[in-house]
Design a protein around this ligand. Structure first.
Ligand code: GLA
Length: 695
């Protein structure tokens, strides 16, 4: 007997089938099918042949491929009993629960007393499917690997796109062909990390940013993931995501994967980006406490590092506020005896040498100039040279003689005493100081990966958020590398990179936009000479790059020249006039055949307006810019265009393209089919084009 289940979003259909109660398989996932499609026929027609050199029947690429069925690839579950015996369950369908937008399939092996549950939840407004799996056992078992529900890789896709990275070089895009065997990505550092972002796209031949079929995957877990993209000898493909292997260190009765976020697009990579960006905004992040527009940040790290002096900080705050900042974040160095990064982590009390009257004088000053106050913490870490470590050396994770990272160790977040200490210390700080924002850092990898660590961190976040619902949290991902949706379920912003070099930043944020909306992606205007690359960029480029995301400043504002200050406040004022719609716009990546140029179109959710940011990163091989064509406009609608920053064009732009004096009005069709000729500009500049739909 064949049982089938069908789930639909407005543009996708997912069909699962199970033969005679065996583990279900995804028999179709892709573009929406007509309502009257015969599901058992779909099951029948996608079944593959048998020939020489094969088993007499093909074990399915099920949602949890089973070893017992002679599956010729990676299985979905690897577990052993408490005494070390390999568990090879034969799961039989026990129950299928179908609701609007939800499917839960429960399987049991009554002999081994194991239960496997797969859940698929659809979110129609965002077009994202959330899938997860749980294993339950009567006796504690060791779960070495459990994949979130496995989906087949489309044989029409030719390419896998995933991400590598490093500190100040995050989100580097990798493209690999499907080949026999496995493409494996596994983050074994105990955090999602810069090196292995837990995301994947599979693309058909010819799929670009703006067109073609693509599938998107994201595993929402901060403790390190494992991705297996496998091509079997028979040509079938499977895609598995789960926690990094062997990170559940104890035997357990219940083990759940994190959520695997899935989406399919017929609009190229942008369709994936739009779905994931909307999903993060609408479903993943906690509501921002005040529901106010995203405030312009000022972060003092690159202005003062560890050199905290109240008068300087007050002067900096005043100047930042004059320039348009609305939230002041006091970075590392305010606590313990933290004069550099060799000591003090864990001593979460205010350094009375630097702040004899506590933080109140600074906070009052920050408030008096109209800004909210935020603070830096790195709760999961401890310096061996700290009072807290001296009192509790057993609180640190891993061996005493471990290799340190940034001279620090990691606290054991599964230890209730550590949880209690951190909760009390942070409560004390937040309860007695008017702090509206916490930048939460994580500047080293774990000595060994351990899922309990991530659960402990999530638990602490949850408790703090419950006690301080008005406080917003940021996952500082350049220290921590945690950009995943697991951490975003507890935080409202990520610090994407420590590189404030506008050129590098533009590239990093452009890649990250496949998964992250502008509203959660911090981007700051750094110093004229970048502190991490030594590159020099003009203030307008630095400001426009930051204005493409959640904008902030991170230089010493007292060091800006009068011209720089004027440009920065002008662009910041402009950003504030746009942010209400811009922070909920879809970031669409435009094609650029010129590698020197990186272009984004930010389209409002209602399609009424858009901004195109043309980031000129380098000089081009040709003399003049290529035509700029847009995407996702309504073909028959008319749009009025305007070059927002035409005042920045230099004298070397001597010609007269229309955009220089009047943007003109065009149909969406024209703008998408051919587009516009752009004025010439220097490298290290950004042209900003505004489009308004006419009524
Ligand atoms: C990390 C962060 C920086 C800053 C420093 C402070 O590197 O990414 O923004 O907060 O830590 O030590």
């Amino acid at each position: 007997m064949i049982q089938t289940w069908r789930l639909d979003t407005p543009s996708q259909t997912l069909i699962l089938a199970s033969a005679n109660g065996a583990m279900a398989e995804v028999v179709y996932w892709g573009q929406k099918l007509p309502a009257d499609e015969d599901l058992s026929q779909v099951y029948a027609v996608q079944r593959i042949d048998v020939t020489g050199g094969m088993l007499d029947d093909n074990p399915p690429v099920s949602i949890c491929p089973e070893a017992i069925r002679s599956f010729p690839g990676q299985t979905g579950l690897i577990a052993t009993s408490n005494s070390g015996v390999q568990l090879t369950p034969t799961f039989v369908l026990h129950e299928a629960e179908e609701q609007q937008d939800l499917l839960r399939l429960v399987y049991e092996d009554s002999h081994l007393q194991l239960r496997y549950t797969a859940t698929f939840e659809l979110h129609c407004p965002t077009e994202v499917i959330e899938a997860s799996a749980t294993l339950e056992s009567a006796e504690p078992v060791h779960v070495h690997w459990l994949a979130a529900p496995v989906v087949p890789g489309s044989q029409a896709s030719t390419q896998m796109l995933d991400f590598a990275g490093r500190w100040c070089g995050e989100m580097q895009t990798l493209r690999s062909p499907w080949q026999p065997g496995i493409r494996l990505r596994e983050s074994r550092s105990g955090r999602s990390g810069h090196e292995n972002f837990p995301g994947l796209l599979t693309l058909e031949a010819g799929t670009t940013n703006t067109q073609g079929r693509a599938y998107g995957f994201h595993y929402g877990w901060s403790g390190g993931h494992r991705m297996v993209c496998e091509t079997l000898a028979d040509g079938r493909r499977q895609i598995q995501f789960g926690h990094a292997m062997h990170t559940e260190l104890a035997a357990v009765r219940v083990f759940s994967t994190a959520t695997l976020y899935l989406t399919h697009s017929t609009d190229g990579i942008n369709g994936i980006a739009r779905a994931f960006q909307r999903h993060v905004r609408q479903r993943v992040i906690p509501a921002t406490p005040t529901h106010t527009p995203r405030p312009v940040h000022y972060n003092c790290w690159e202005a003062i590092y560890f050199d905290h002096k109240l008068d300087d900080l007050k002067a900096i705050a005043s100047r930042a506020a004059e320039l348009g900042a609305e939230r002041f974040v006091l970075d590392d160095g305010w606590f313990g005896r933290r004069d550099n990064d060799t000591h003090g982590l864990g001593d979460w009390w205010i350094d009375k040498r630097k702040y004899p009257d506590g933080l109140t004088p600074l906070i009052d000053h920050v408030h008096s100039v109209g800004m909210q106050f935020g603070i830096w913490l790195e709760p999961e870490m401890i310096s061996p040279d700290s009072d807290t470590y001296r009192a509790h050396p057993d609180w640190a994770l891993g061996p005493r003689d471990q290799t340190l990272g940034r001279q620090q160790m990691v606290l054991d977040m599964a230890n209730p005493n550590v949880q209690a200490y951190l909760y009390d210390a942070i409560c004390e700080l937040l309860a007695h100081n008017a702090i509206g924002y916490v930048k939460w850092d994580h500047n080293r990898v774990l000595p060994l990966p351990d899922a309990a660590q991530t659960r402990g961190t999530y638990a602490l976040f949850a408790k703090l958020r419950q006690s301080f619902p008005q406080v917003e949290f940021e996952s500082c991902a350049s220290g921590g590398g945690r950009l995943d949706y697991g951490i975003l379920a507890h935080t409202q912003r990520v610090w994407l990179s420590d590189s404030n070099d506008a050129l590098e930043r533009a590239r990093i944020q452009h890649a990250a936009a496949i998964f992250l909306p502008a509203s959660v992606t911090g981007s700051h205007v750094g110093a004229s000479v970048s502190h991490t690359s030594g590159r020099v960029h003009d203030i307008s480029f630095r400001a426009w790059v930051a204005a493409q995301r959640h904008m902030g400043f991170e230089m010493d504002p007292r060091a800006l020249t009068a011209d720089e200050a004027q440009t920065l406040s002008h662009i910041t004022r402009w950003w504030k006039t746009q942010r209400d719609w811009l922070m909920s716009a879809d970031i669409l990546r435009l094609e650029s055949n010129d590698p020197a140029v990186l272009i984004e179109q930010h389209l409002s959710e209602d399609g009424e307006q858009f901004l195109v940011f043309v980031n000129r990163l380098d000089t081009s091989t040709q003399i003049l810019p290529q035509m700029l064509a847009m995407t996702a406009l309504e073909a028959d609608a008319r749009y009025r265009l305007e070059l927002v920053n035409r005042d920045e064009l230099g004298a070397l732009s001597r010609g007269n393209p229309l955009l220089k004096h009047d943007g003109g009005e065009f149909s969406g069709q024209y703008l998408m089919a051919q587009g516009l000729s752009l004025p010439w500009s220097f490298p290290g500049r950004c042209l900003v084009l505004k489009g308004l739909r006419l009524r």
